[in-house]
Design a protein around this ligand. Structure first.
Ligand code: AMP
Ligand code: MG
Length: 487
């Protein structure tokens, strides 16, 4: 235990203090019988918290907001959002609370936030609660994303509340303790804009600049700089999702951060067989948030962000629009550049290779993988073996062998770097069938499978003996996968 370990958590209340218009002071519901189901010890240590304390009865109550230091000022945050394209002026934390910010050893502020902590004034018809399964899902997927080097909110703990939650059946309830570089969302800016309080909007933008995009402060138009920075981090983020086959599932504007971190793991999934139309959310009937649509949806959401900032960007509306459109025009190029260089890395190609060579190589491969519905993760991982001369595992997943053999010849000629490939093509991801198995067991009281899945995906690039089942595609019997928003 380091001497900075704290036996309580000193929460700052910056957001609560500086944005009373966007923050309703609120308390977490008292848990009947709190039980620690998961604690992220490395993250606790990174934040300077004492894991021994967090495992104690008082620590567990602190983790769910039931035993806060006196000076803490927990709040429910207000935000708006476009949900499946439809604008909801007042969403907000219906079942969540910001406990406050903590300053890490790196000096950076992080939000400590609860999900499933009871009804708030934003709850509408919701019960304010969360079930063990979905909270463990967020825990495991967010930690997997972190290990894959993709910006994301983190998960500090899942605590069972001892209270039953009514979903399709009665389920055990839980609270997730989430850590984020902030919870500023596109929807936060939509909300501030809709109040017509320009001062509030400006303060919120200044806060976002200071906290996430400080380089924008020095630009001649800092708010245009903020827009450009958010466009840039989101373009990179979504490209990274695409490269690992991640489908977020509910890319509403309230689920898109200004920091560029992935947030709100609801009906999300990693693709099994490569299918650009993959949709996993049971409520996404039109496929709005299908795998292939994610880059376009992000661009659409960023346009909503630009609209929210317009009055700060220029007092003249026409000029504001012109500047915002110009900034938005950079999105596609930034997205494509990140995606393309990521694909080159997945293929082990040297940097600086001619686009005219690399680009058709990538396109032709994806066509073969798609037509074969090859397991996306396994295929790219086995391509590393193919780079070492062991082509059969990859070949076994492709239908058109003549075309693939011709492709392999073109690719081998470029001397792909197998070790570099293994550093970017994961072997262990939270596969849907394993996730379901783990969450069902946890719902029945056995967190063992979830712990083992977490251990596998927390170190996704290095193959370890004994973990074969975590590397294998779903069995045929698993069928089409659906996840539910009734989280
Ligand atoms: P999400 O789709 O999870 O991002 O949530 C969208 C909105 O619904 C947010 O305002 C949430 O706070 C709210 N919400 C989701 N589930 C519940 C619930 N069980 N009780 C109250 N509010 C909820
Ligand atoms: Mg949300």
């Amino acid at each position: 235990m380091s001497d900075v370990a704290r036996s309580t958590i000193a929460f700052e209340g910056f957001f609560a203090r500086d944005f009373p218009e966007l923050a309703i002071p609120w308390r977490a519901e008292e848990a009947a019988d709190p039980q620690l189901l998961a604690l992220n010890q490395p993250l606790a240590v990174e934040l300077g918290f004492d894991p021994h304390f967090l495992r104690s009865p008082e620590g567990i109550r602190l983790l769910i907001g039931n035993a806060l230091p006196e000076e803490a000022t927990p709040v429910a945050q207000a935000y708006s959002g476009h949900q499946f394209g439809w604008y909801s002026p007042r969403l907000g934390d219906g079942r969540a609370l910001l406990l406050g910010e903590v300053a890490g050893d790196d000096g950076k502020l992080r939000d400590i936030h609860l999900k499933g902590s009871g009804r708030t004034p934003f709850a509408r018809n919701g019960d304010g609660l969360a079930a063990v399964g979905p909270m463990l899902r967020e825990y495991i997927v967010s930690e997997s994303m972190h290990a894959l080097n993709i910006p994301t909110t983190r998960s500090l703990a899942v605590v069972g509340t001892g209270r039953q939650v009514q979903r399709e059946t009665l389920l055990p309830g839980a609270v997730l303790t989430r850590v984020a570089s902030s919870h500023l969302r596109v929807g936060s800016f939509q909300y501030a804009r809709a109040t017509n309080d320009v001062d509030l909007l400006r303060r919120l933008a200044d806060h976002a600049i200071e906290r996430h995009h400080p380089s924008s402060a020095g630009e001649s138009n800092p708010y245009l700089g903020l827009l450009k920075s958010v466009i840039s981090v989101q373009a990179k983020l979504v490209a990274q999702w695409m490269l690992v086959g991640f489908v977020h599932g509910v890319m509403n504007t309230d689920n898109m951060t200004v920091s560029g971190e992935t947030i709100d793991y609801g009906p999300c999934a990693f693709m099994d067989g490569f299918d650009p139309g993959a949709v996993y959310s049971s409520i996404d009937e039109q496929g709005r948030y299908a795998y292939r649509n994610q880059p376009l949806v992000a661009e659409w959401n960023l346009a909503r962000f630009a609209e929210s900032l317009a009055s700060l960007i220029h007092e003249d509306e026409e000029q504001a629009v012109a500047l915002a459109v110009e900034a938005l025009n950079a999105y596609r190029q930034q997205y494509s550049a990140t995606w393309f260089s990521g694909m080159q890395a997945k293929l082990g190609l040297p940097e600086g290779i001619d686009d005219g060579v690399a680009s058709p190589l990538v396109d032709d491969l994806l066509e073969l993988v798609q037509e074969s519905r090859a397991d996306y993760t396994s295929f790219f991982r086995s391509l590393g073996k193919a780079a070492r001369g062991q082509v059969e595992p990859a070949r076994g997943m492709i239908l058109d062998l003549a075309a693939f053999d011709a492709w392999l010849e073109r690719w081998h000629a470029l001397a792909p770097d197998a070790d570099a490939m293994d550093r970017v093509n994961p072997i262990y991801i939270p596969r849907n069938h394993l996730m379901e198995e783990a969450l069902s067991a946890a719902t029945e009281g056995d967190t063992g499978p979830a712990e083992r899945l977490l251990a596998a995906v927390s170190d996704p690039f290095s193959e370890r003996p004994g973990l074969e089942k975590y590397a294998e595609p779903a069995p045929e019997s698993f069928g089409p996968y659906r996840t539910f928003c009734g989280t």
